[in-house]
Write a protein that binds this ligand. Structure first.
Ligand SMILES: C[S@@+](CC[C@H](N)C(=O)[O-])C[C@H]1O[C@@H](n2cnc3c(N)ncnc32)[C@H](O)[C@@H]1O
Length: 371
C-alpha cells in the first residue's frame, strides 16, 4: 500500500510483502525468458519501469547479461535516476511517458517486453486495447511479461483471452493462492506488426482513480483477504523504519500546534493495534458486540505520548502488529466474517475483515503523517 511511487518501491525491501513476493515471481519469469532466448543480442523494453528492480536485479547474476540491450521507460525523474545508477552498460533509462509509442523509438522491436505494475493503473479499456498494440513493439517470438492484481472483479481471465486474440500463446500464468497478484508470460506466435511512433498505448491514471481509495493517502479498501496480514506486517515495519529516521528532538516536535508529533502518531497507531486485537477477540466471543471508542485525542494527553521512549514504542508497535497478524492468520472463514458495531467513520456493523483492512489503512495513513 502506498502514498506515492517512491514509498511504493520501499515495500520491495520488506521480506514477505506481497510486492516482494511478486518481484520474486517476475524475476523468475525474466530469468527463464533469458535462459531460453536465442544466442546473440536480447533487446528489451520495460514500461513504467520504476527503479527497474525486476530486470536489473536479474541482470546482476544472469549468464546472458552481456547480451541484454534495451530501454527502461519511467516518468518519475528520481526513480529513473535510481534505475540509471544501477543499470549496466547497454541499458538506457529514459525519463518519458510510457503511454506514447514514441518513447520506444530506437529500442524496438524487442525480444522481451515488460509490462509490470501497469495494468492496475490504467483503465480496463486501455489495458485491452494496448494488448492489441503490443505486437508493434515486438520482435518475432518476443516474450511479454505482465502483472495485474486479481481483486474482484478479477480482470486477468479477460487479459489472457485478449493476449490469445492478439496473436500470443501463453507460456505461464502465476497466481499464487495466498496472494492477490498475477504474473503472466506470453509469447508472440503471430507476425509482429509494424512499429509506429505516433500511437497512444494508454493513459496512466493510477490505481487511486480506479479503486475506492482514501483521498488523502491513496489506501484502497479493495484488499483481498489473503493480502491483509502480509501488508499489515510490511506496513508496520515501514512505519517504524520511517519513525526511526527522526532524532530525539524532531520525533517529539509537532510540525504545527494542532498536528501530532511523529512520536504521538506512533503511540496512537500502537494503541490502535492493541485495541483492534482486543475488538477482534471480542467479536469472536460475543455476538455483534458494540466496541468502546478508543478516545484517541484523550490518550495523547492522558498517556503522555510525547514523553514516551521511542525505542520502547517501536518494540511494542512491532510486537503488537505481530500479535494482530498472527491472530488474523489463525482465523477460519467464519472468524473473518464475525461482526461488531464500529463507531468510525459512522456507527456501523463491520466484519472482522473490514476491521483488519481498516487497521492497515491506519498504518499507511499515519505513516504519511510522520513529518
Ligand atoms: C506500479 S509502479 C511499477 C514500477 C515497476 N514496473 C515495478 O513493477 O516495480 C508504476 C510506475 O509507473 C510510473 N509511471 C506513472 N506514469 C507513467 C507514465 N506515463 N510513463 C512512464 N512511467 C509512469 C510511476 O512513476 C511508477 O514508477
Amino acid at each position: 500500500m502506498t502514498h506515492d511511487w517512491h514509498e511504493w518501491h520501499e515495500a520491495y525491501d520488506h521480506e514477505g510483502s506481497p510486492l516482494a513476493r511478486r518481484l520474486a515471481v517476475v524475476q523468475q519469469c525474466i530469468a527463464t525468458a533469458l535462459d531460453t532466448a536465442s544466442p546473440g543480442p536480447i533487446r528489451f523494453v520495460s514500461m513504467c519501469a520504476g527503479e527497474g528492480r525486476d530486470l536489473l536485479g536479474v541482470l546482476e547474476h544472469h549468464p546472458r547479461r552481456a547480451d541484454v540491450r534495451g530501454r527502461l521507460v519511467e516518468l518519475d525523474p528520481a526513480l529513473a535516476a535510481t534505475a540509471r545508477a544501477r543499470a549496466p552498460a547497454g541499458i538506457e533509462v529514459q525519463c518519458a511517458d510510457a503511454g506514447a509509442t514514441s518513447s520506444y523509438r530506437g529500442a524496438v522491436p524487442a525480444d522481451l517486453v515488460l509490462v509490470c505494475g501497469v495494468f492496475g493503473n490504467i483503465t480496463d479499456v486501455d489495458m485491452l486495447s494496448m494488448i492489441d498494440l503490443l505486437p508493434t513493439l515486438c520482435a518475432p517470438n518476443a516474450t511479454v511479461i505482465w502483472t495485474r492484481h486479481r481483486r474482484p472483479p478479477d480482470a486477468t481471465p479477460g487479459v489472457r483471452r485478449r493476449f490469445a486474440q492478439s496473436g500470443f500463446a501463453e507460456v505461464s500464468f502465476h497466481a499464487p493462492e495466498s496472494t492477490m497478484y498475477a504474473v503472466g508470460v506470453h509469447r508472440l506466435t503471430s507476425r509482429p506488426h509494424p512499429f509506429r511512433s505516433d500511437v497512444r498505448l494508454f493513459d496512466f491514471v493510477g490505481f487511486r482513480a480506479l479503486d475506492d481509495v482514501c483521498s488523502e493517502c491513496g489506501f484502497t479498501y479493495a484488499v483481498g483477504r489473503a493480502e491483509i496480514t502480509p501488508w499489515l506486517r510490511s506496513d508496520a515495519h515501514a512505519f517504524v523504519e520511517k519513525l526511526g529516521r527522526f532524532d530525539d528532538v524532531s520525533v517529539r516536535t509537532r510540525p504545527e500546534p494542532d498536528v501530532w508529533s511523529p512520536l504521538e502518531y506512533a503511540c496512537h497507531v500502537r494503541d490502535v493495534l492493541r485495541i483492534q486485537t482486543e475488538r477482534i477477540l471480542l467479536a469472536q466471543e460475543e455476538v455483534e458486540p458494540v466496541f468502546v471508542p478508543m478516545g484517541r485525542d484523550e490518550r495523547v494527553v492522558k498517556d503522555r505520548y510525547n514523553e514516551q521512549d521511542p525505542a520502547q514504542v517501536i518494540a511494542e508497535f512491532l510486537s503488537l502488529a505481530d500479535v494482530l497478524a498472527s491472530l488474523l492468520d489463525g482465523l477460519d472463514v467464519a472468524g473473518w466474517e464475525r461482526k461488531g458495531v464500529y463507531n468510525y467513520p459512522e456507527p456501523a456493523l463491520r466484519t472482522v475483515e473490514w476491521i483488519a483492512i481498516h487497521t492497515t489503512h491506519e498504518l499507511l495513513h499515519h505513516r504519511g503523517d510522520l513529518r
